[in-house]
Ligand binder design. Structure first.
Ligand code: PLP
Ligand code: COI
Length: 337
């Protein structure tokens, strides 16, 4: 195994030795197996290629101080994959099969789970795709479920470092479209605005609600939260936002551990002054503080363009402490490998 510089990893593809693969044919799943082959050989008529019939998940494995390995709320990912599958008329992956597949892949690639104090994690990518001969717009005859993984560092530059974001003029999802499920089409729609944002030195876009373009929905790869001076943790609510497992965990921790008021509600773009701090949250993003936001109507700085706010820091320490096994987890949040 090549020596990995754990402390300087970015969020890039790295081939690890083993991945899990199961096939769905004639109404049932095959017994999944581990394979070393990281190339999928699929039919040219596969709906995943033509009509975007595919969905995916993202979760992480964390190395604890005692060398054991934690998964963070993997059953929530299993449930969300099935909500995505249902929306695109794909077969469900039984939750136990999903979690077992994840555990098998982490165990098989255990040497790639970064050390406890490196700040890095093993990112796990479950993927469900429609395959097999098809040409009309209809669900595929067959499916592949695969899970692969790789060690990663921060998704946005610097991790717990304030960076700037920009409000996009594009939408990532339609009001009653597929924004609430984790399907590739949402990300395809975000590629052009995301790249344009990066070319202008912003970390990513913030999308507005597609119906009125007056409210913040989410970041292209994470949910949005704001902290108010009167101790509220506020996140937008909308049928076109991906329900972030990290966001729901933070809503819980803000209330139960930090004594804050947790609010899911509208976040109007012209009321950003209410927030003393703001951030993006997700599996890849963890908690990424938003320094400034270019709204199209001016540049709004939340806490600071360079410093991280005290509440964001406390939330980060609580969440990451739980994930790495340093802080006691709420019942059922940690699954040991
Ligand atoms: N929103 C989008 C668009 C995402 O891609 C992600 C990443 O999964 C999130 C939010 C955060 O969700 P989670 O916290 O479940 O990773
Ligand atoms: C995640 O946080 O798991 C994501 O899926 C975000 C991004 C890498 C697409």
């Amino acid at each position: 195994m090549e020596k990995i510089d754990w402390k300087n990893l970015g969020f890039n593809y790295i081939k690890t030795p083993y991945r899990y693969l199961a096939e769905y044919k004639d109404g049932e799943w095959s017994k999944g197996t581990l394979t070393e082959d990281n190339v999928l050989h699929i039919h040219e008529g596969s709906t995943a290629l033509h009509y975007g019939q595919q969905c995916f998940e993202g979760l992480k494995a964390y190395r604890c101080e005692d060398d054991s390995i934690n998964l963070f709320r993997p059953y929530e990912n299993a449930k969300r994959l099935n909500r995505s599958a249902e929306r695109l008329r794909m077969p469900l992956v039984p939750e136990e099969m999903f979690v077992e597949a994840v555990k098998e892949v982490v165990k098989a690639n255990e040497g790639f789970v970064p050390p406890h104090d490196s700040g890095a994690t093993l990112y796990i990518r479950p993927l469900l795709i429609g395959v097999g001969p098809n040409i009309g717009v209809s669900p595929a005859p067959e499916y592949v479920f695969t899970v692969f993984c790789m060690p990663v560092g921060p998704y946005f530059k610097g991790g717990l470092t304030a960076t700037n974001f920009i409000v996009s003029e594009f939408d990532r999802a339609a009001p009653m479209g597929t924004g609430a499920v984790k399907v590739g089409g949402n990300y395809a729609a975000s590629l052009q605005p995301g790249k344009e944002a990066q070319e202008r030195n912003y970390s990513d876009c913030v999308y507005l609600d597609p119906a009125t373009h007056t409210k913040i929905e989410e970041v292209g790869s994470a949910n949005f939260f704001g902290i108010t001076a009167d101790n509220q943790f506020v996140t937008p609510v909308s049928p076109s936002i991906l329900p972030s497992i990290t966001k729901y965990s933070l809503l819980y921790l803000a209330e139960k551990r930090l004594g804050m008021t947790a609010v899911e509600g509208d976040v109007y773009l012209d009321q950003l002054d209410q927030f003393t701090e703001a951030g993006a949250c997700g599996t890849a993003a963890v908690i990424s503080p938003i320094g400034g936001l270019e709204t199209g109507n001016g540049f709004h700085v939340f806490y600071s363009e360079t410093e991280v706010g005290p509440v964001t820091t406390r939330l980060y320490n609580e969440l990451v402490g739980i994930q790495f096994g340093d802080v006691e987890a709420p019942e059922g949040w940690i699954e040991k490998i």
